[in-house]
Design a protein around this ligand. Structure first.
Ligand SMILES: Nc1ncnc2c1ncn2[C@@H]1O[C@H](COP(=O)(O)OP(=O)(O)OP(=O)(O)O)[C@@H](O)[C@H]1O
Length: 267
């Protein structure tokens, strides 16, 4: 790590829970990874995709994860989101330790605490835009906050589109519907995996403006994997991964700085 690493990202020795079930809860932290490793395969085919990663993501921050292909970005995102479990170490989301839960328990936690935005939108084609947006609430058996939903739908510019089917929306509108779906339940954290990868520049800019506003105005927490320095420049902090480790954390870097930093990893 570089000297620019803030206290927020220091190795988790000050946090120090060794026993997941007794880990203390920090209300200001949306996601916490403590000495997380992830190994795929064994013997000759063994891959150490994450090598002792510790990261505390405070609530109300926008974090970008960058790094060259194979550096461990998706693996870290999947572990942080409770989609996958670490080989060793602990992960907590919204104060709940998820790394020691089984798949069914993690599904429940994800429904209650996490929103997802993927490059491919992942809207359900047979459901209307409104039913797609409210699906996570129904799955979590949660009562919709109508005022919040209306504000979110208004902000993503889909108020007149709720009865349409996803196929009747443009790519940018579909991604905005996916964002509305991700924030409908006011999750502790929204994980975005290349959310602008399939969008043209102006549509991507509108989506990034929206993510930024969710953090700045609505107090949401966003963790986004991206290859695009422009996209990462919307974040508060950017983590750069290298060989399964956090190599650098940059605070509020602009796109040119990020492009230069990343260029160094591709030499
Ligand atoms: N299911 C898996 N089985 C075996 N190896 C895997 C698996 N998933 C990822 N890996 C390996 O783990 C390492 C990290 O992969 P990961 O997908 O996290 O990288 P990444 O930085 O997201 O890459 P990209 O930018 O190409 O998506 C790579 O060497 C990859 O080949």
């Amino acid at each position: 790590m570089t000297a620019s690493v803030t206290k927020l990202f220091e190795r988790a020795t000050t946090i120090g829970p060794r026993h997941p079930s007794t880990a203390p809860v920090d209300e200001d932290v949306a996601v916490q990874l403590t000495e997380v490793t992830k190994t795929y395969g064994s013997g000759d085919s063994r891959v150490d995709a994450l090598q002792t990663v510790s990261l505390r993501i405070p609530r109300g921050r926008f974090l970008a994860i960058m790094g060259r292909s194979g550096s461990g970005k998706s693996t870290m995102l999947h572990c942080a989101a409770g989609l996958d479990v670490p080989t060793t170490g602990t992960v907590s989301i919204g104060g709940t330790t998820v790394s020691n839960l089984n798949e069914t328990q993690r599904t429940v936690i994800r429904r209650q605490h996490v929103g997802f935005i993927f490059q491919s939108y992942n809207l359900i084609p047979s459901l209307s835009v409104e039913d797609n947006i409210t699906l996570p609430l129904r799955l979590a058996d949660a009562k919709p906050d109508r005022e919040w939903l209306a504000a979110v739908v208004d902000r993503v510019g889909l108020t007149g589109y709720l009865r349409r089917m996803p196929s009747e929306l443009s790519g940018g509108q579909q991604q905005r519907a996916a964002i509305a779906r991700a924030v409908a339940s006011r999750p502790d954290v929204i994980f975005a995996d290349e959310p602008t990868g399939a969008l043209d520049l102006s549509t991507a800019t509108a989506v990034l403006d929206l993510l930024r506003e969710l953090v700045s105005e609505f107090g949401q927490t966003v963790v986004m994997v991206t290859h695009d320095p422009l996209a990462a420049s919307y974040a508060d902090d950017t983590v750069v991964m290298l060989d399964g480790r956090i190599d650098q954390v940059l605070r509020s870097p602009d796109a040119a700085t990020l492009a230069a930093v990343l260029g160094g990893y591709h030499r």
